[in-house]
Design a protein. Structure first.
Ligand code: BGC
Ligand code: ZN
Length: 369
């Protein structure tokens, strides 16, 4: 069967003929891949800056943002049935006895670093026709979301980040436990970056009731800016609003959701984080020369303004479930804007341009069926 593969030793990307997988254990499921999103991580793997093939394989089948249909189930499968639409999780446990995170099904918090990730690290991914996986990594999606469910995996980044916001802000004693609306309503969130992770994060913040801003490079009035305004968020362009002006435009910034992968802009933004604010990093910058930041100011603010900074990677089952519920909610509230996030659907042989060509649009998708 066809698969898009990266050969790191040769520095080549190819559409290859890859052996079709079969069900080998009772809890396994055979999937027909429908759609696979292309993301920044895939493009890094395609530049050979990231990504590791499975042990003994010269190549890695890439792709980790998927939507599939269940074709066949093993004898012990009870969670899914043939015909179901599913989105597959990305990370697999390290399997070491001394890793309580993986042992409890939370490999997104793996302590040893020996986890694998489908399509990224040590395990083949989803840019292919058939995939076998254990039922525990599958998340059923309602058929009504067929057109947009490929956005689930990139949304899980925001979902995991936001699940943690409530835990973090439970420290504020006047906010009743579970009073999540109070934590969001009237509170200001600024998304840094208007790629798929940022725009999906924007929708997730809006659904929770945050007064949401998106700050990005594109000028005011651009297509991105209009998209942001169409969903009820506010757009601020770095071309007309320097970062230092954000507090005067926004007010006390309660939350930053970083989705740029750019360190300089992120640390400048950290300087203007508000009182009791939370700064969430999701980007993974390539290593470059060190940059200058105003560390005294940032440290003073962290202390004197009770701020919290955290990073978040990958996602657990809870975040996948939350993402599927949110995609449903986005689909009710903003059906057109949600669809507009998917720039194009292409046949697998368009892989090269999408992975190595100039960035085009928002989310591009390879359709395998
Ligand atoms: C994926 C995550 C993964 C991370 C680091 C992201 O693009 O969405 O699942 O953990 O890359 O490899
Ligand atoms: Zn990704």
């Amino acid at each position: 069967m066809r698969a898009v593969a990266a050969f790191p030793d040769e520095k080549k990307l190819r559409l290859i003929d890859h052996p079709a997988p079969e069900i080998e254990a009772p809890t396994e499921v055979l999937l027909r891949m429908l759609e696979v999103g292309v993301c920044g991580t895939d493009r890094e793997i395609a530049r050979f800056d990231y990504g590791t093939p499975p042990a003994g394989s010269p190549y890695l089948v890439i792709g980790h943002e998927s939507l599939a249909e269940v074709l066949e189930v093993g004898a012990g499968v009870s969670d899914v049935k043939p015909g179901d639409l599913v989105v597959t999780m990305v990370r697999r446990p390290c399997g070491r006895a001394d890793c309580p995170a993986c042992a409890s099904g939370r490999q997104d918090f793996c302590l040893t670093g020996e986890f694998t990730e489908r399509g990224i690290k040590g395990r083949h991914g989803f840019m292919t026709e058939r995939v076998v996986d254990d039922q525990r990594y599958l998340n059923v999606v309602p058929p009504s979301l067929r057109e947009v469910a490929v956005l689930t995996e990139p949304l899980t980044i925001a979902e995991k980040a936001l699940l943690q916001v409530w835990d973090v802000q439970d420290r504020l004693p006047w906010i009743a436990k579970g009073g999540r609306e109070d934590l969001a309503r009237g509170h200001k969130a600024v998304v840094l970056g208007a790629g798929p992770v940022g725009l999906l994060g924007c929708l997730a913040l809006l659904v929770r009731g945050f007064d949401t801003y998106v700050y990005s490079l594109e000028p005011e009035g651009s297509e991105k800016a209009r998209w942001v305004e169409s969903v009820g968020a506010k757009y601020l362009s770095s071309q007309s609003c320097p970062i230092a002006d954000l507090p005067s435009r926004v007010g006390n910034i309660d939350l930053f959701y970083e989705a740029t992968g750019a360190a300089k802009v992120s640390f400048l933004a950290m300087e203007v984080l508000g009182v009791n604010g939370v700064f969430i990093f999701t980007g993974v910058p390539g290593r470059k020369a060190p940059i200058e930041i105003d560390a005294d100011l940032i440290m003073r603010n962290l202390v004197l303004k009770n701020q919290i900074v955290y990073g978040t990677v990958n996602a657990g089952k809870d975040a996948f479930q939350a993402a599927i519920a949110d995609i449903g909610e986005f689909n009710r509230r903003w059906p057109r804007a949600l669809r507009a996030l998917i720039t194009g659907r292409y046949a697998p042989d368009a892989f090269e341009g999408l992975l190595t060509g100039p960035l085009q649009g928002i989310k591009n998708v390879l359709a395998f069926a």
